[in-house]
Design a protein around this ligand. Structure first.
Ligand SMILES: Nc1ncnc2c1ncn2[C@@H]1O[C@H](COP(=O)(O)OP(=O)(O)OP(=O)(O)O)[C@@H](O)[C@H]1O
Length: 727
């Protein structure tokens, strides 16, 4: 169950919404009150439609164009004695930055505080307007600037709070009295949940910031609705800080909550309804922003003084009468004091400012009547000439005192103003310094991280270098061993080659000698065969005659063979047996030689194999050697690269150390500056405290003429509100 002042149906028209929720504020603003209209709700629920609508359409125009029209209508019908100034500002709060929509160069405006502790946007553009058209032109300008920002920075219309401010200052040309009313028209950012939008990156940041500022708004509203909270967290976001006056302060505030009827948005709708319900219970403390002229203050002071003198006189008379009664004297009726206190202090509405009357009439705000009327109902005893003179002297003295106090007060106010400004500047500087400090700290952390990672990197590089050096040594040793092996192999190869050459020579010789032996053996065998042939021809069974072996066919018929004797036979037989022996020994020699040849061949083959093996090994070693050499070269290159990177890392390390030193220096300087600033701000606070103690003294003196908000001694407790105009 939620409670609201009014609920509009989906079919409600723009006129209905305006007439019910916004129109009553027009009179309030023109009577010197502050007013605010907020539009709250999730994206696309109709906030902009409600606040702006379609500017050009008379049917679909929203609150802004309608209220502007009404304000001007009222102004046109007002007293000609009033001088009216209308100033317009238009800004948006996006990602906790205040952007001036009437001057795009102002993208991060600070928030300041007026003398009366009212927050305002420092340096915001204020445009004077003399007609509704001019105001609407400013609205259009702001809207188009917002569109430019939208296209430049991704669509953020629904993610920024747009604040349109109309400040109306009325000055009575006769009395110089001024009334100031401010009207804030706020189109809040969409209040949807982050998870529902699937926001990521910048959008997520935006959503978080919006949620943060809307959370700050609901926290402020919650704290205000509880009513007994000593602290209201206005400073938690720029939105609540800027609109501090509108939230539980001096403003008549209307909150329009826009809800979606879709079941999909049930959660958001419920939150929105609860937000509105809670906001409903807040009670603002409204007061007219009136500035009294010095003349008005003096007039009131004179009145007060007269009353006090009369009262004093009555008291004196009554004291005297009492003394007489106490002394046992009877005071006759004719000498008794006839003055009644009531008659002197009887209130009257005469002299009350028109603004206060309007305020009472229109808003029912309990503003006590101002001033005291001269008593007319009861006659006052005429003072004696001595008393009159004394009064006159007293009056002159009091007037002088009043002038002095006024001057003092003026000087003090100026001093306070200056000090406040200085304090503001110092606070700004301090904030900036704190921001710088935070940035520097972040940078230091980043640099420290970088330094740490670089140190780790250097460490890793050093380790890698060490490992490389170790592997380099191992490889070097391996290469040395391989070189030695290669040398030994080459020597072995040479030795084997020489042995091989020797064996080849031996083989050659052996071949030659075998060839010679063969030839000899052949020749011998030939001669033996010849001889055997001769012998066989001699011993041929066909004839008993010897046929010479060499000429058996040709000389058969020519000469008869000689006669063979037994001796010849014996000789031949001996010769034959000798030849047989010789042939046997030769055959044996031949077999030995053939065996030796075979062995030599085998040996040669084995040697050849060994040589081939050696050659293979050599080529393998050479390949291995080449691989090792290339690995060595690569390792050397790597080593050189690593040395280079080590050098550059050392350079970086030195740079970082330099940076670290400079950062430490900056940090030290900053600390010194912070200390200095703190010292200055302490001094300023002391000064302000002194000034504050001096101010009430000055204001509370019997002749004090200024009335400050909340001053209990003041007969008229209407707030004296210094507005942005005064700033
Ligand atoms: N009551 C209504 N009648 C007709 N159209 C409406 C109404 N409310 C909203 N719309 C339309 O719905 C659309 C979204 O509304 P609008 O832009 O006002 O939403 P919003 O809450 O301001 O959104 P955002 O948070 O994105 O700024 C607009 O096209 C608007 O014209």
């Amino acid at each position: 169950m939620y409670t609201y002042d009014h609920v509009f149906q989906p079919v409600s028209t723009q006129v209905e919404v305006y007439t019910t929720s916004a129109r009553p504020l027009v009179k309030d603003v023109l009577s010197g009150y502050n007013a605010t209209i907020f539009a709250y709700g999730q994206t696309a629920s109709g906030k902009t439609h409600t606040m702006e609508g379609v500017l050009e359409s008379s049917e679909f125009r929203g609150i802004i164009p309608r209220i502007v029209g009404d304000i001007f209508e009222h102004i046109y019908a007002m007293d000609a004695n009033l001088e009216i100034h209308i100033k317009i500002s238009y800004f948006e709060i996006y990602m906790e930055k205040i952007r001036d929509l009437l001057d795009m160069t102002k993208s991060n405006l600070p928030i300041g505080e007026s003398k009366t502790k009212v927050p305002y946007v420092k340096g915001i553009t204020e445009r004077f307007a003399t007609s509704p058209e001019e105001v609407l032109a400013v609205v259009e300008e702001g809207k188009s600037n917002r569109k430019v920002a939208v296209t430049n920075m991704n669509a953020h219309s629904s993610r920024s709070h747009a604040v349109f401010l109309i400040a109306i200052k009325q000055e009575n040309k006769e009395t110089r009295q001024t009334l100031t009313g401010k009207l804030y028209l706020v189109d809040l950012a969409g209040s949807e949940k982050v998870e529902k939008t699937n926001a990521q990156g910048l959008t997520l940041e935006e959503a978080k910031t919006i949620n943060k500022s809307l959370l700050a708004l609901s926290n402020v509203i919650a704290a205000l609705s509880e009513g007994n909270k000593p602290f209201i967290p206005y400073r938690d976001s720029k939105l609540t800080r800027v609109l501090q006056e509108s939230l539980g302060g001096n403003a008549r505030t209307t909150l329009i909550i826009c809800c979606s009827p879709s079941p999909y948005n049930e959660a958001e709708t419920k939150t929105t309804l609860m937000f509105g319900d809670r906001a409903k219970s807040i009670k603002n403390k409204v007061a007219v922003n009136v500035e009294l002229t010095a003349e008005e203050w003096r007039r009131r002071f004179e009145k007060e003084r007269e009353t006090s003198q009369k009262l004093k006189f009555i008291v004196q008379q009554q004291d005297a009468e009492l003394a007489r009664w106490r002394a046992g004297e009877s005071v006759p009726e004719s000498e008794r004091s006839r003055l009644k206190m009531k008659a002197v202090v009887a209130p009257t509405t005469a002299g009350e400012s028109p603004a206060a009357v309007t305020a009472q009439g229109a808003l029912g705000v309990n503003i006590p009547a101002a001033g005291l009327a001269t008593p007319t109902a009861t006659p006052i005893a005429t003072p004696t000439p001595v008393q009159t003179r004394a009064f006159e002297e007293e009056r002159t003295r009091l007037c002088q005192q009043l002038d002095e106090k006024e001057e003092e007060l003026q000087a003090q106010s100026e001093l306070v103003e200056k000090l406040t400004m200085k304090l503001g500047d110092i606070e700004e500087n301090f904030e900036e310094l704190q921001k710088d400090n935070a940035t520097i700290k972040k940078q230091i952390t980043v640099i420290e991280h970088e330094l740490l990672s670089s140190q780790e990197e250097v460490h890793e590089v050093m380790q890698a270098l060490e490992e490389l050096a170790v592997s380099y040594d191992t490889k070097d040793r391996e290469i040395g061993t391989v070189f030695n092996d290669k040398l030994t192999l080459a020597q072995e190869n040479e030795r084997i080659q020489s042995v091989l050459d020797q064996r080849m020579l031996e083989l050659e010789k052996l071949r030659e000698s075998t060839g010679l032996d063969r030839r000899k053996t052949n020749e011998l065998l030939l001669s033996i065969f010849r001889e055997v042939n001769g012998v066989s021809s001699i011993l041929s069974p066909k004839s008993d005659e010897w046929v010479p072996l060499s000429s058996s066919s040709s000389s058969t018929s020519a000469t008869p063979p000689p006669k063979v004797t037994d001796e010849d036979f014996t000789r031949v037989r001996v010769q034959l047996s000798n030849m047989r022996c010789e042939a046997r020994s030769l055959t044996e020699q031949r077999a030995i030689l053939e065996q030796a040849e075979r062995e030599a061949k085998e040996k040669a083959q084995a040697l050849m194999k060994e040589v081939a093996n050696c050659k293979l090994k050599l080529s393998q070693y050479e390949t291995h050697n080449e691989t090792l050499t290339s690995t060595l070269k690569r390792s050397e290159l790597q080593k050189r690269d690593l040395e280079d990177s080590l050098h550059s890392l050392e350079g970086q390390l030195q740079d970082m150390r330099g940076k670290e030193e400079s950062l430490t220096r900056v940090e030290r300087e900053r600390e010194q500056r912070t200390e200095g600033l703190e010292h200055v701000s302490r001094e300023l606070e002391d000064l302000l405290e002194d000034a504050e103690t001096l101010l009430p003294e000055a204001a509370g003196s019997p002749s004090g003429g200024h009335c400050w908000q909340g001053d209990a001694d003041c007969s008229d407790n209407r707030a004296v509100q210094s507005s942005a105009f005064a700033d």
